[in-house]
Design a binder for this molecule. Structure first.
Ligand code: NAD
Length: 362
């Protein structure tokens, strides 16, 4: 398979961990006889310094031509005082919009030997392995009118969805459930909101197209509670923009390890932008100690969702698990025993596992 991948390193540790993802992908390409070509472009603070814009036109053009985009992270104190059009995060919002990304996918998994890092009891997080599918382009964030009235003393925000917008994200939720354990939980507020009633209707209609998926509906307030009392009951959660924003941040602290969480944002034709959930971590940038796993797992998501290379994606995830099981960890994981390694060494361990495993099964 031949694919063109654009790398957007961004700022801080983004520049370090993107190199790790590239090395892992090169190993996968070599072992499975794929051809991945990489082109690097600037975004965020680095782009402001070089081109005077957080999202140069050349970056947008390259991303539009690519089969997938990998992004490190943007931001840092150097640009914190900039006017809003020259802020690094403008680049991030701009590229998500330019690529028409409508679905955000965040898998969250409680890795066995990292359960102690969770703010929740280990027995609650143990066994949790869920995916939140969030709608990205509609709902309260984009509905008009959104304005102040009555001299600023009244406000209106509009929660607007078309049936088509709901259908495409619900389809994505069902498809993700099919690729996983076959359970879909649709989260809404159908006891109050008209938009949620249409949402439920659509999920009900779509059900017959995916007979292998078991569906349930749950109100967003109950979902927020269950995420921290019994997260292992969930497989795939599908929900609208605002609910997804809140629930995915709530879920991201379940494992207590920001350096482990990948994400994917998808367009309808499968092209996607893949990035770790964490930021540019200016406090540790340049020290070679950043955890590359969130970025490497984001590359695995790219293989799964944009290239449909499920075996290759699974192998990367297995390599991460095996490396952690062997006791290796970066400093952020708060492991007291085991072997402390930096970014380069962690990446090499994961790459070596991939190569050895492929040769063993050959
Ligand atoms: P952050 O995620 O960068 O860092 C929070 C803490 O987690 C820091 O102590 C950091 O050292 C640690 N950390 C994060 N990722 C790590 C990794 N892979 N390995 C080891 N430790 C890791 O969040 P922040 O400090 O709030 O923000 C720093 C900058 O990043 C800001 O400019 C912010 O705007 C930006 N940011 C960017 C994104 C993005 O690009 N998607 C997301 C969040 C924050």
């Amino acid at each position: 398979m031949e694919k063109q991948i654009v790398l957007l390193p961004g700022d801080g540790i983004g520049r370090e961990v993107i190199q790790s993802a590239k090395e892992v992908l090169e190993a996968v390409a070599e072992e499975f006889q794929h051809s991945f070509s990489f082109e690097t472009h600037e975004i965020g603070g680095a782009a402001i310094d070089l081109y005077g814009s957080p999202l140069p036109e050349s970056t947008v053009e390259a991303c539009k031509k690519a089969d997938a985009v990998l992004l490190g992270a943007v931001g840092g104190p150097k640009w914190d005082q900039n006017p809003s059009h020259l802020r690094p995060e403008r680049g991030l919002l701009g590229i998500r919009k330019a690529l028409d990304l409508f679905a955000n996918l965040r898998p969250i998994k409680g890795f066995k030997n990292l359960l102690h890092a969770s703010p929740l009891k280990a027995e609650i997080v143990n066994g949790s392995d869920l995916l939140i599918v969030r709608e990205l382009t509609g709902g309260l964030y984009f509905g008009t009118p959104s304005e102040r009235r009555d001299g600023g003393n009244a406000v209106v925000d509009t929660l607007y969805y078309t049936r088509k917008e709901i259908e495409r994200i619900v389809d994505k939720g069902f498809q993700a459930a099919q690729q996983r354990r076959g359970r879909l939980t649709s989260v809404d507020k159908a006891n109050v909101l008209e938009s949620s009633k249409l949402w439920r209707e659509v999920v009900g209609e779509k059900k017959s197209h995916y007979p292998d998926v078991v569906v349930d509906h749950i109100l967003v307030d109950a979902a927020a509670m269950k995420l921290i009392t019994n997260p292992s009951q969930f497989d795939v959660i599908v929900t609208e923009n605002l609910f997804g924003d809140i629930l995915s941040d709530e879920a991201s602290v379940l494992t207590g390890s920001l350096g482990m969480l990948p994400s994917a944002s998808l367009r309808e034709d499968g092209v996607g932008l893949y990035e770790p959930v964490h930021g540019s971590a200016p406090d540790i940038a340049g020290k070679g100690i950043a955890n590359p796993i969130a970025m490497i797992l984001s590359a695995a998501l790219m293989l799964r969702y944009s290239f449909e290379l499920e075996n290759e994606a699974k192998l990367i995830e297995e390599a991460v698990q095996a490396t952690l099981d062997a006791g290796y960890h970066t400093g952020d994981l708060q492991v007291t025993d085991g072997k402390l390694v930096g970014t380069v060494e962690m990446t090499k361990l994961i790459v070596d596992y991939i190569k050895t495993r492929v040769h063993q099964s050959a």
